[in-house]
Design a protein around this ligand. Structure first.
Ligand code: PPS
Length: 288
């Protein structure tokens, strides 16, 4: 398979060479956004796929056909990946685009364009657990080693896609500059319908009860786990080794408790306080 062992370095972060090239990253960094674009921004494993599905249903007025017939990576393609240019729909209306890139790379172009941004964050302890399991599945990511070793690299910010702390702080810092909507994975869990209503208001598309009902049903974990257009079962085993686990793994809040030792929890909490305390930002999720 192509470039499985290659790592690209861009804007100070490492990215899988199977999905990214210098050229694709340059293209992303200089992309001419339009005011009608909607950009989903996440650190990996924070609820990206969930938000892609929610916005698909929101824009289809609850019609499940696009979500059941078009893979999520074509409905909301990743800006920085090599296939983006071919996948981008040339439409006069909204374009749904996804990215994991940091704010310092995309902030200026987004500000100029007035494109809308939806930022999804998740409790970083659950992100670390989900990312660890994903490393075992995704053949384009390095072998994660033990959970303890992976967690140390996650806290240092030397994992692929860079530091969770820098990603979140960077995008939270764009509050004044961008037309940006912040939401957490935990809020989606708690009240999917309420979250969809708020998203509809932000995007200027108020949702009726039928659309909301369909969205709620179709975006449940069980429905998405069984939808081949979104559960990554279409990806061949050389790229995602499905014998190692499922992309739609557990879909719960607080799974970190099953993985973290008391020592790892204490270390994580200390690093979190050090890294998040200094920015004067109040993170809208709880760590407990
Ligand atoms: S990626 O690779 O960055 O696109 O991954 P991402 O989609 O951001 O995150 C994957 C995790 O999100 C969970 N997920 C969901 N949870 C609850 N409900 C729904 N509908 C849902 N869809 C995706 C998925 O199971 C991964 O989390 P874990 O904790 O590993 O189960």
């Amino acid at each position: 398979m192509d470039r499985m062992e290659v790592t690209e370095t861009f804007a100070g972060i490492s990215l899988p060479g199977h999905l990214h090239t210098k050229e694709s990253l340059h293209f992303a960094a200089t992309f001419p956004f339009r005011a009608t674009d909607v950009l989903i921004v996440t650190y990996p494993k924070s609820g990206t796929t969930w938000m892609q599905e929610i916005l698909t249903l929101l824009y289809s007025n609850g019609d499940v056909l696009p979500a059941k017939t078009i893979p999520n990576w074509m409905r909301a393609p990743w800006l920085e990946q090599t296939y983006f240019r071919d996948a981008l729909r040339d439409t006069a209306g909204h374009r749904l685009i996804t990215t994991h890139l940091p704010a310092h790379v995309l902030g200026p172009a987004l500000q100029q364009s007035r494109a809308k941004v939806v930022y999804v964050a998740r409790n970083p302890k659950d992100v670390a657990v989900s990312f660890y399991h994903f490393h075992r599945l995704a053949k384009f990511l390095p072998d994660p080693g033990s959970f303890d070793a992976f967690l140390a690299r996650f806290l240092e910010g030397t994992v692929q896609y860079g530091s969770w702390f820098e990603h979140v702080k960077g995008w939270l810092g764009q509050r004044q500059a961008l037309d940006i909507f912040y939401i957490t994975y935990e809020e989606l869990h708690q009240d999917l319908r309420g979250a969809a209503e708020r998203l509809g208001a932000f995007l200027g598309r108020p949702l009726g009860p039928e659309t909301l009902g369909s969205l709620e049903r179709h975006c449940s974990f069980a429905a998405m786990r069984d939808n081949a257009m979104v559960n990554y079962s279409l990806i061949p085993a050389e790229i995602m080794d499905h014998s190692q686990g499922r992309f739609m793994r557990k879909g719960v809040v607080g799974d970190w408790r099953e993985h973290f030792s008391p020592r790892q929890t204490a270390l994580f909490d200390r690093v979190y306080r050090e890294r998040m305390g200094d920015a004067g930002l109040r993170a809208p999720w709880t760590l407990a």
